[in-house]
Design a protein around this ligand. Structure first.
Ligand SMILES: Nc1ncnc2c1ncn2[C@@H]1O[C@H](COP(=O)(O)OP(=O)(O)OP(=O)(O)O)[C@@H](O)[C@H]1O
Ligand SMILES: [Mg+2]
Length: 505
């Protein structure tokens, strides 16, 4: 097909030549976004008067047309695509996915990653774990090309790999319909189509300027080659197939994105990514703010995907369900464990124990040697003492076993308050909603001293609103919300809480 496209542009060029004979048009391969070849034929035979009907002066028109021309149209080699090429900087290679080799990264002199090496291939799902700030997102950003590492290699299976990155903030546009949102996944291809249409329209207007027409034809040829990978006729079919897989019903296609909850927006973001058939899928905390049903759905959905995948999550059960490999980042250094999260916890515990035993043994040896040196230090045994000393120095320089680090459990202590009354919160016959949406209708709840309550429910059912009603920041439309009178001080830790300067925790 590539040859055909190049031929068609060449053919058109020949038609442009003032002395070229009029030739019948060959038919083009059928792609929905390609204009029928006959348009070009009309061009070559259109009368000058038709072009003079344009409202702008010829000079202005030509200026507009020139804006349509990319630099590439005159320089690109046949078959060159529009995607940016990133050189494969690694010395080694990988058949699919990506490999990080000895990656390091610092920000303003603070080392975040010291020595990170791991890989993910087709069929593998890597879980990236580590404490807040360990550098997990940084690794994904480096793979996606959004950050440059200071050292090391990012070895990709091929150049121009399609890397999909689902970040913590789901990128959807509230004012689009669901169908429009999915269509936006093909933005690049749609852009090429729009340019194709523009260039073809421009060709119709530029009949008197042979030089400009020639350049426009080069541009047309380039755009045709760029659009070969995508069959826009398949876009609708793909979207219709994907929507039920993501749990959407056909009527959802015309609903506004804004009317869906966070969990559904996550499904849209994921769907948009999958529509582009990525070679690598990077997911940064995809389960944040989504309800239990959606997490379960996501687990089973990701499990059947074959694309190499890297998942950052603090949800152990989720990692257990999805991952085939765990990479832990601690103090800027990565360690790779085969298996899911539970297997990692077990393997790590064994490693820590073995390491601790080896460290303790070595420490005892060192202590013993030191004692020996001080005992033999003087007199006839000083020769042996100095050889023991040399042994000790060599060990301390080269062979010291690292003490395994065990993080202390984080403890949160709330300030002491006097004992409260028995009833801490009473909600009686509560009615509350937003607009037509009723969240609570005749709801009742009693919270007693010492109780710890989990509020569960699907996204958008009103869990946060219930807390706001308890705090008094929302008022019931009917019924009452009563806080206990004695020593009850409500406090609220919001989602995505940001501590602003001057605001205490
Ligand atoms: N652009 C940047 N400029 C300065 N510091 C940065 C930048 N990006 C990341 N950092 C720092 O690098 C460290 C690692 O950040 P990163 O977001 O990768 O951590 P993380 O493991 O994803 O944490 P979390 O679990 O909280 O999401 C943090 O200390 C962060 O403040
Ligand atoms: Mg992060």
């Amino acid at each position: 097909m590539a040859t055909m496209d190049v031929l068609s542009a060449k053919f058109l060029r020949s038609c442009l030549h003032p002395h070229a004979p009029f030739l019948p048009c060959p038919s083009l391969p059928s792609r929905r976004y390609r204009q029928p070849f006959s348009i070009y034929c009309r061009l070559s035979t259109s009368s000058p008067s038709s072009s003079s009907a344009a409202t702008t002066s010829e000079g202005d028109a030509n200026q507009d047309l020139s804006a349509l021309l990319s630099d590439e149209s005159t320089t690109a080699a046949p078959g060159a695509g529009s995607r940016t090429k990133r050189p494969n900087s690694g010395a080694s290679s990988i058949p699919s996915g990506v490999r990080l080799e000895n990656i390091s990264k610092s920000y303003k002199g603070v080392t975040v990653l010291k020595d990170v090496s791991w890989e993910v291939q087709r069929g593998e799902k890597v879980g990236l774990v580590g404490v807040n700030g360990a550098g997990k997102t940084t690794q994904l950003r480096i793979i996606a090309g959004l950050e440059e590492p200071d050292g090391g290699n990012v070895v990709k299976a091929k150049e121009n790999m399609k890397i999909a990155f689902l970040s913590q903030e789901f990128e959807v546009c509230a004012s689009r319909t669901v169908r429009e949102e999915f269509l936006s996944a093909f933005q690049e291809e749609m852009g090429v189509k729009t340019r194709l249409d523009q260039v073809q329209a421009a060709l119709e207007r530029a009949t008197e300027d042979m030089d400009l027409m020639g350049r426009l034809l080069d541009e047309l040829d380039l755009l045709q080659r760029q659009s070969q990978d995508v069959d826009l006729g398949m876009v609708d079919v793909k979207i219709q197939k994907l929507m039920p897989e993501l749990g959407f019903v056909p009527e959802d296609a015309d609903r506004l994105v804004a009317s869906f909850s966070g969990g559904w927006k996550m499904r849209m973001s994921l769907g948009k990514i999958l529509l582009q058939d990525p070679d690598l899928l990077l997911l940064d905390e995809p389960t944040n703010h989504v309800d239990l049903d959606t997490i379960e759905w996501l687990e089973s959905y990701l499990k059947i995907q074959d694309v190499p995948m890297v998942i950052i999550s603090h949800d152990r059960a989720f990692l257990d369900q999805c991952c085939t490999k765990i990479v832990e980042t601690e103090f800027g250094v990565s360690k790779m464990y085969k298996g899911n999260y539970s297997e990692y916890v077990l393997a790590k515990a064994i490693w820590v124990e073995t390491q601790r035993a080896a460290w303790e043994k070595q420490q005892k040896e060192i202590e013993h040697t030191r004692e020996l040196i001080s005992r033999l230090g003087a007199g006839a045994s000083s020769g042996r003492a100095s050889s023991e000393q040399k042994k000790l120095e060599k060990l301390e320089k080269e062979g010291l076993i690292e003490k395994p680090f065990q993080r202390k459990q984080l403890k949160i202590r709330f300030p002491e308050r006097g004992r409260s009354g028995r009833t801490v919160l009473a909600i009686n016959n509560l009615k509350f909603g937003f607009g037509d949406k009723i969240l609570f209708n005749n709801a009742n709840l009693i919270v007693e001293r010492g109780e710890k309550i989990a509020i569960i429910g699907p996204n958008g059912c009103g869990k946060s609103t219930l807390l706001k009603l308890a705090l008094g920041t929302e008022k019931p439309q009917e019924g009452e919300v009563i806080l206990g009178e004695h020593n009850v001080l409500p406090n609220y830790f919001e989602q995505n809480q940001i501590l602003l300067p001057g605001r205490s925790s």
